[in-house]
Ligand binder design. Sequence first.
Ligand code: FPP
Length: 278
Amino acid sequence: MSQSGAAVTGGGAFRPSSEALAFRATLDGPFPENIAIIMDGNGRWAQSRGWRRVRGHKEGTESVRAITTTAAELGVRSLTLYAFSRENWKRSDFEVSTLMRLLRLYLRRERRTLMQNGIRLIAIGRLDDLPPFARKTLEETIALTANNEGMLLRLALSYGGRTELADAARSLGRDIVAGNLDPESIDEDTLHRYLYDPHTPDPDLVIRTAGEMRLSNFLLWQASYAEFYVTDVCWPEFRREQFIEALRAYAQRQRKYGGLPTATDGPSARPRRSGPVA
Ligand code: FPP
């Protein structure tokens, strides 16, 4: 796509398996169809054991595999992983190049798993920033999985939420100048169409590992109404069991989107407007 950022997309129908539906039935509440994860704590996990930070990233790729396959198995529709932020370029050359090599290794090694699980891969972010070897492997894997009809795995790479919004504004401005867009017609849906990947629904649940209570420039637009789940567990130790714990916590949440949950309707509750709530 353009130099302003990219989402490389494919297509396909999505149907959760009967096993996935059976799992959902065990949750006493809603299931988050679309999940995004801020994978944090790799460095701290390694350093607390007296190891180099990059060992945490290496172990973190094992968690990527575990969570991706578990999510696909449980019928998650889309999983977005914050794999490399625009801010991450500020880290040491060694750490950055290790992360890029790990990305290539992961993509090569996991192709079989992605295919076996019917997972379709796409990427969002300033993909032109990636070194050519990583970009090439990414594009090859995206092409390989393009016709898969199971879970969508989105890797956020060289991604920043503010950059995404600035890139969207730039593209939108170009369309105005070209006479293809009337400024008076711009609303939320219009801006949404200019995001890197306007096709994937907003996350229902954003998970952050390693305890920090921040969004860290992740999916700023899309996460507006997402439920937030923070665990102290560092990413290298976040596996199937911890993921299911997050799903169970979500099932207990009551999403209001700025409105009122039905359960709170009572004599003192104000009348609710019909239609979407703000
Ligand atoms: C945060 O840990 C994590 C990252 C900056 C990168 C995440 C990368 C991986 C899980 C491995 C590679 C990814 C893929 C998709 C193959 P941190 O280093 O910021 O941890 P800290 O806060 O403890 O320093």
